[in-house]
Design a protein around this ligand. Structure first.
Ligand code: GTP
Length: 247
């Protein structure tokens, strides 16, 4: 095991944006293939990988609720959209030789197996990529919370949160050219500084269960691979007190 990446089982959280190009809605299959290829390279290094996919590329529950739709209905639509993304990722992974299982939180027997914790753990032990679809199955929760919940449930030692930014900054790097990236920050510090790494439910779950979160840029070439090789990329959020700036 690589001492700089001492994790045997990880949960990769992909935002829906990882499956599309900037400003576009829908599924860009080239992007999905790219993500699958990154997963394959890392999986070959012997780490068990579970995945949670968001749905922002297809449907934004929050925006629909803000424009007047019933929040629970909007959230259910978002959950269904995660199933589309999960099947797209499953297909892309299997096309390049990985064995996968999609487990849905919403019963949909003819499409995917239902989420069963012990079965998911068995799949991981057998080196299958497990893709958790359908969110938590409940409205009012985000896919970040799904990621935190599933990671804790199936014993993932870290959440790899893939975004389009290369870590967490002390201010918005798009607005402030002097914004500085953190290499490491504690849960408490991130709450106090309102860094908005994840929603508060997700963050609280990670904090209570001591599950670290590594935020990194999935669009950066070979970022996932570099991380698995032990290079210090992104920002690590953990129980370790204080913070450290990058560079
Ligand atoms: P093992 O028990 O370790 O052999 O796992 P397995 O997933 O290979 O066994 P199982 O017989 O449960 O599954 C065989 C295939 O059927 C896999 O591709 C599963 O994803 C799929 N599968 C299992 N249960 C369901 C289900 O309820 N619905 C759908 N659509 N597929 C399922």
């Amino acid at each position: 095991m690589n001492p700089n990446f001492p994790f045997r089982r990880v949960l990769l959280k992909l935002s829906g944006e990882a499956f599309t190009v900037e400003g576009k809605l829908g599924i860009e299959f080239e992007r999905v293939r790219h993500v699958a290829e990154q997963i394959r390279v890392c999986h070959k290094m012997g780490v068990e990988i579970a995945v949670v996919v968001g749905a922002g590329n297809l449907f934004r529950g929050q925006a629909a609720a803000e424009s007047g739709m019933d929040r629970a209905t909007a959230d259910y639509m978002g959950m269904l959209a995660t199933i589309l993304n999960s099947l797209a990722l499953q297909d892309a992974c299997e096309k390049i030789g990985m064995i996968t299982r999609v487990q849905s939180a919403i019963e949909m027997k003819s499409i995917a197996e239902i989420y069963i914790r012990r079965k998911a753990m068995r799949h991981l032990e057998k080196n299958r990529i497990v893709i958790f679809a359908g969110g938590t199955g409940n409205p009012y929760f985000t896919t970040d919370t799904t990621a935190a919940l599933r990671a804790v449930e199936v014993g993932c030692q870290v959440i790899l949160k893939a975004t389009k930014v290369d870590g967490v900054y002390d201010s918005d790097p798009k607005k402030n050219p002097d914004a500085k990236r953190f290499a490491r920050v504690s849960y408490m510090e991130s709450i106090q500084r309102r860094l908005k790494i994840m929603d508060s439910t997700a963050l609280a779950l990670c904090m209570d269960n001591n599950t670290p979160i590594l935020v990194f840029d999935i669009f950066e070439k070979d970022s996932l691979k570099s991380m698995f090789e032990g290079q210090k990329i992104g920002t690590l959020i953990s129980s370790e007190e204080g913070l450290e700036y990058a560079g």
